[in-house]
Ligand binder design. Structure first.
Ligand SMILES: Nc1nc2c(c(=O)[nH]1)N[C@H]1C(S)=C(S)[C@@H](COP(=O)(O)OP(=O)(O)OC[C@H]3O[C@@H](n4cnc5c(=O)[nH]c(N)nc54)[C@H](O)[C@@H]3O)O[C@H]1N2
Ligand SMILES: Nc1nc2c(c(=O)[nH]1)N[C@H]1C(S)=C(S)[C@@H](COP(=O)(O)OP(=O)(O)OC[C@H]3O[C@@H](n4cnc5c(=O)[nH]c(N)nc54)[C@H](O)[C@@H]3O)O[C@H]1N2
Ligand code: SF4
Ligand SMILES: [Mo]
Length: 771
């Protein structure tokens, strides 16, 4: 009864829905398949799509509330420009409406002329684009093609820099290529889950439910280890919970490796045939006796040893991780240290096993494949590689040498350069950096320094749109078609289900129009998103992330496909590196050794020079800012179950807002008592960079010495509501991902709050006496 081609007539009794479409969730990287009911030209109902192979109809609360958030009064309906061409200065009131509506033609011409002028005067390096893992693959592709291939600036970066960059670097340095090896179906086969730095229960709920079902199906034999400084809802299902000190993961992981080695729980044959660097690793690991490692982590040595034994004794271990590892100055090493555990035990490429880094955003994965960071080119190519640059230049038909040989600016550096006046023009699309970047003071400074700030968003005002000189209306989810790829490498087509509000257009289309206005019309002649996708897939042919067998037609007819899909009749690939275990090398992008006279089992499987995965020697580096007498607590930041990032959509739902209407701080009772802080008090959290106010939640679920705050609120909500007022922009030296999970703070009652508390106390007493 269901056709997968995006639409079907409604045959059930629900008279209100005119038609149903199969699509994909615009929120997290689980990438659930949705079935969406449209009524009178509006999205009316959101359900799970039981035919989507990744999630089989499961979904969480967030997308169910999308209908009320899509066509709201604060949607941008037309292109807007400042009357005087200037943006707001710092500290200008937020509800400013000094915008005039203009035609698309006027906005596009203005942007193109202004960009050309800035490039002539200051060179292409003065231009930067900042995009998003919520882009479609087509948006990513066109933005990168324009900036890197035609303007000649590599300054395209995305919010994925704050998110996945450490995972990308971890995979590349260990396996020779990016790309998470396992699939979701491995959950049903694993007997050990190692969840580290990930609050899956709140942030990847549908996958978490699948793990929970697996545990329930065999509670005795399936073991779950959770590593997090906070006792989250994820920790509630753990057999072993390790509440480590923020930032101490490498010590833990190296300590576990030590146990595996000394217990003889490693797979010697696998190590010998398929890996390099194990000897060097052993030398470093020797420096992590379990006792010292446990001390660094602030946990019992016996717990560390038990974690290693659960890992080493299992048949299939799946590790899941996300921001607790990635957002750290030690982020790449943390990724490498997890992958090492899998290489040492041969727990990769086989059913029920593997190192699985979770993507945060719905298309963070597609962005990686489209080359959506400042050091990447499409098809898992890199800027630094001259052959890769040449291949892409030839394909794009752009002059040789047009792609600049050096990686562009990564997010933190990009905004710093703008604040210094070096980057003159910035185009921000599909992200809200004035809330989500660390140390907002610097970001605000950058915003007000720019000569040209173009922002494309669906809503206004946001913390970022209020600074724009030119504000462009984006057609958002449901109003534009495109392709996205989820955490398990599965590619889903999203149909356009309703008309865009007002004059809104898809991001890729706006970019292509500006490209044409700059004089590149011939190279951006895309009629549809499908045209863009078809061009992109050709650039992946023969690469590890091979999409060459994928077409929009196929996705509509057959449903979602998992890359690599190296041919039009190839069914897609559940698991990377599976040939490790069956003696055949079928990994695309890598030599197949069949017939070359070598032992098939020792075939080159990984995309490294010698075909072997590499043990790196991750070194423990403590957080950039350690507690001291002035700032004695370590603040970590993160997410809430019912909110999405800067709340431009989830914040519009009354039921999603329930339970968390204002910023709060989780603090341990011992730390609270020391500061005379009680449950519900409004506190001020100060760091070297700024301050933020929040309601205290006194709880033993956070480690003593640490505290936690969600980062969803920005300054538009209240000047002192933004967690990123206090965070620091120190980055991992390899991935350039900022340390959003640890900064030194002090907490006290908010100045002036004591009087309020006294009054409250008095009123309470008065009430009690009356009764
Ligand atoms: N509801 C909801 N879901 C989301 C999102 C959302 O905004 N809301 N956003 C999506 C996106 S883009 C992302 S990136 C993912 C993020 O998904 P997660 O990474 O699961 O979410 P976070 O809350 O950022 O952080 C995860 C955990 O890391 C822990 N942590 C902090 N410091 C450390 C440390 O040093 N070591 C370890 N081991 N753990 C530490 C925190 O206590 C927290 O529980 O979620 C996605 N899903
Ligand atoms: N302190 C702290 N800070 C963090 C993190 C943390 O854990 N702690 N996590 C970081 C991470 S992992 C991430 S991913 C970021 C996320 O941070 P952001 O990307 O800044 O957050 P979003 O609210 O998702 O921003 C998306 C914006 O795009 C708009 N939008 C929606 N659909 C479309 C569309 O189709 N086109 C266009 N052009 N716009 C659209 C939305 O209205 C919204 O304004 O935050 C980072 N910041
Ligand atoms: S788990 Fe993620 S992808 Fe699935 S419905 Fe929830 S937010 Fe959407
Ligand atoms: Mo993210």
């Amino acid at each position: 009864m269901t056709s997968r081609n995006g639409s079907r007539a409604n045959r059930n009794a629900n008279g209100k829905v005119d038609r149903w479409h199969d699509t994909y969730c615009p929120y997290c990287g689980v990438g659930c398949g949705l079935r969406v009911g449209v009524s009178n030209g509006k999205v009316a109902k959101v359900r799970g799509n039981p035919d989507h192979p990744s999630t089989l109809g499961d979904l969480c609360l967030k997308p169910i509330h999308l209908p009320g958030a899509l066509d709201t009064p604060d949607r941008i309906r037309e292109p807007l420009m400042r009357a005087n061409g200037r943006g707001m200065g710092m500290g200008t009131p937020s509800a400013d409406t000094g915008f005039q509506s203009v035609t698309w033609e006027k906005a596009t011409t203005y942007i193109a002329e202004k960009l050309k002028h800035i490039i002539e005067e200051h060179g292409p390096g003065a231009v930067a684009f900042y995009g998003s893992g919520q882009f479609t693959t087509e948006d990513y592709y066109v933005a990168n093609k324009l900036l890197k291939g035609f303007i000649g600036s590599n300054n395209f970066d995305a919010n994925s820099r704050l998110c996945m960059a450490s995972a990308v670097a971890g995979y590349v340095t260990a396996l020779g290529s990016d790309g998470p090896p396992p699939a979701y179906e491995d959950i049903d086969h694993a007997d050990c889950f190692f969840l580290i730095g990930s609050n899956m229960a709140d942030c990847h709920p549908v996958l978490f439910n699948r793990i929970r079902r697996r545990k329930k199906s065999d509670p005795e034999n399936v073991k779950i280890i959770v590593v997090d400084p906070r006792e989250t809802r994820t920790a509630a299902i753990a057999d072993l919970f390790l509440p480590i000190r923020p930032g101490s993961d490498v010590a833990l992981l190296n300590g576990m490796m030590n146990v595996l080695c000394s217990d003889g729980k490693v797979d010697q044959a696998f190590i010998a045939e398929h890996t390099s660097g194990h000897e060097e690793l052993l030398d470093t690991i020797g420096m992590f006796p379990t006792e010292a490692a446990a001390r660094v982590c602030g946990i019992d040595e016996s717990d560390l040893i038990q974690a290693a034994r659960l890992f080493g004794d299992s048949h299939g271990v799946l590790s899941f991780w996300s921001m607790g590892l990635n957002q750290s100055v030690n982020g790449v090493a943390k990724n490498q240290a997890v992958i090492n555990l899998h290489l040492a035990t041969g727990q990769i490429g086989k059913k029920g096993s593997g190192p699985f880094s979770l993507t945060g955003q719905p298309n963070a994965m597609g962005g990686r494949e489209a080359g959506g960071l400042s050091h990447l080119l499409p098809g898992y190519r890199t800027i630094a590689n001259p052959t890769h640059r040449q291949e892409v230049e030839q394909f794009w038909g752009t002059p040789e040498g047009r792609i600049a040989p050096k990686p562009g600016l990564a997010a933190v550096d990009m905004f710093d350069a703008a604040a210094r006046g070096e980057v003159k023009a910035m185009w921000i699309m599909c992200t809200n950096p004035v809330v989500s970047m660390p140390n907002i003071d610097v970001i605000e400074k950058a915003m007000s320094k720019l000569e040209l700030l173009v922002v494309t968003d669906a809503y206004h005002p946001t913390d970022t749109t209020q600074y724009a000189h030119v504000l462009l209306p984006a057609a958002q989810w449901s109003e534009r078609e495109g392709v996205m790829t989820n955490s398990e490498r599965r590619i889903t087509y999203l149909p356009r289900m309703v008309e865009p509000v007002g004059k809104a257009k898809p991001d890729w289309r706006i970019l292509a129009d500006v490209a044409a206005a700059m004089g590149f019309a011939h190279d951006f002649e895309f009629e549809s998103a499908e045209d863009v996708f078809n061009e992109f897939t050709q650039l992946t042919k023969g690469r590890v992330c091979d999409y060459s067998g994928v077409s929009v037609g196929r996705l509509k007819a057959e449903g979602p496909l998992q890359w690599p899909v190296p041919g039009a009749d190839h069914p897609g690939t559940a698991r990377l590196y599976s040939s490790l275990h069956d003696g055949r090398s079928t990994q695309p992008g890598v030599e197949n050794s069949a017939g070359d006279g070598r032992d098939a089992k020792a075939a080159a499987v990984f995309a490294t020079a010698d075909g072997k995965a590499k043990f790196n020697t991750p070194e423990f580096v403590p957080p950039a800012e350690l507690p001291n007498r002035r700032f004695p607590l370590l603040l970590t930041t993160g997410r809430l179950r019912n909110q999405w990032h800067t709340m431009t959509r989830t914040g519009k739902s009354e039921s999603l807002m329930k339970g968390a209407r204002e910023p709060f701080l989780e603090i341990h009772p011992v730390d609270a008592v020391r500061r005379q802080i009680e449950e519900g008090d409004v506190v001020e959290i100060r760091s070297r960079r700024g301050r933020v106010w929040a309601k205290a939640r006194v709880t033993e679920k956070i480690r003593e010495g640490a505290c936690f705050m969600p980062f969803h609120w920005g300054r538009l909500a209240g000047r002192f509501d933004a967690a990123n007022n206090v965070t620091l922009a120190e980055v991992d030296p390899i991935s350039l991902e900022p340390e959003l999970k640890a900064c030194a703070v002090e907490v006290r009652l908010r100045p002036g709050y004591e009087a309020i508390r006294a009054t409250k106390l008095f009123q309470g007493l008065a009430k009690a006496i009356k009764r």
